[in-house]
Write a protein that binds this ligand. Structure first.
Ligand SMILES: [Zn+2]
Length: 215
């Protein structure tokens, strides 16, 4: 896909998310890797509701910044996925979406697999979602913490902050982060209700049928 088409798609997906309340104010950021390996990323301080293709910043493989604005300060969250050789990452989304942030604050979450097995779709689109402990905004150690799981997982939930989700392209990553937010919403609605979860056999069947990386 050409850079111009990638930029337009980033703006369209971002606006749709903003319009549905998946992100607010100037929170959240989107990136995509072009055919040359450069990263196209939303600028710092931008709102998903008002993204323009001409404002998207290009960060080349040598680190040169091309554009009228600076890239988001959270670019390092995205780079943690792109720089991991085990992950086939073409796009990354990061949101401060309400239900995911709320869920990340619950006590006794399983850091290795944060969501209960509610639907097959979260398993298919997200695999195991890892919980990353809280870091002060801008702390580069957060990037290292994500890098540590980026080869094993394409979706992480940052405690008291929000999800970061990678996909092979923009649409895949957008669908996956929306699935994550919906899974968090379901988990919160059902908390205390003892829902009937997928059994281990159900999970194994889904993983095998759809060839999901689960270890
Ligand atoms: Zn953030």
């Amino acid at each position: 896909m050409k850079d111009s088409s990638l930029k337009e798609l980033m703006c369209d997906l971002g606006r749709s998310m903003f319009d549905r309340g998946l992100t607010h104010g100037s929170t959240g950021n989107i990136s995509a890797r072009n055919e040359d390996g450069d990263i196209l990323v939303t600028p710092t301080g931008s709102s998903f509701g008002r993204l323009k293709p001409e404002d998207i910043v290009t960060v080349t493989t040598s680190g040169q910044i091309i554009g009228k604005k600076n890239p988001t300060k959270e670019l390092f969250l995205h780079k943690a996925f792109y720089e991991n050789k085990e992950s086939n990452t073409g796009a990354v989304f990061h949101l401060h979406s309400t239900y995911s942030v709320a869920y990340s604050m619950l006590p006794d979450l399983d850091e290795d697999n944060v969501f209960p097995a509610l639907t097959p779709y979260s398993i298919m689109l997200l695999g195991r979602v890892k919980l990353i402990p809280f870091f002060v905004p801008g702390d580069m150690a957060l990037g290292e913490a994500i890098k540590g799981v980026a080869g094993k997982s394409s979706a992480v939930l940052l405690a008291n902050h929000g999800p970061v989700v990678a996909g092979k392209n923009l649409e895949t990553a957008a669908n996956a982060i929306e699935e994550l937010e919906n899974t968090a919403k379901l988990a919160l609605i059902l908390s205390g209700a003892k829902p009937l979860l997928l059994s281990n056999t159900n999970i194994t069947d889904v993983i095998n049928k759809f060839k999901i990386k689960w270890d």
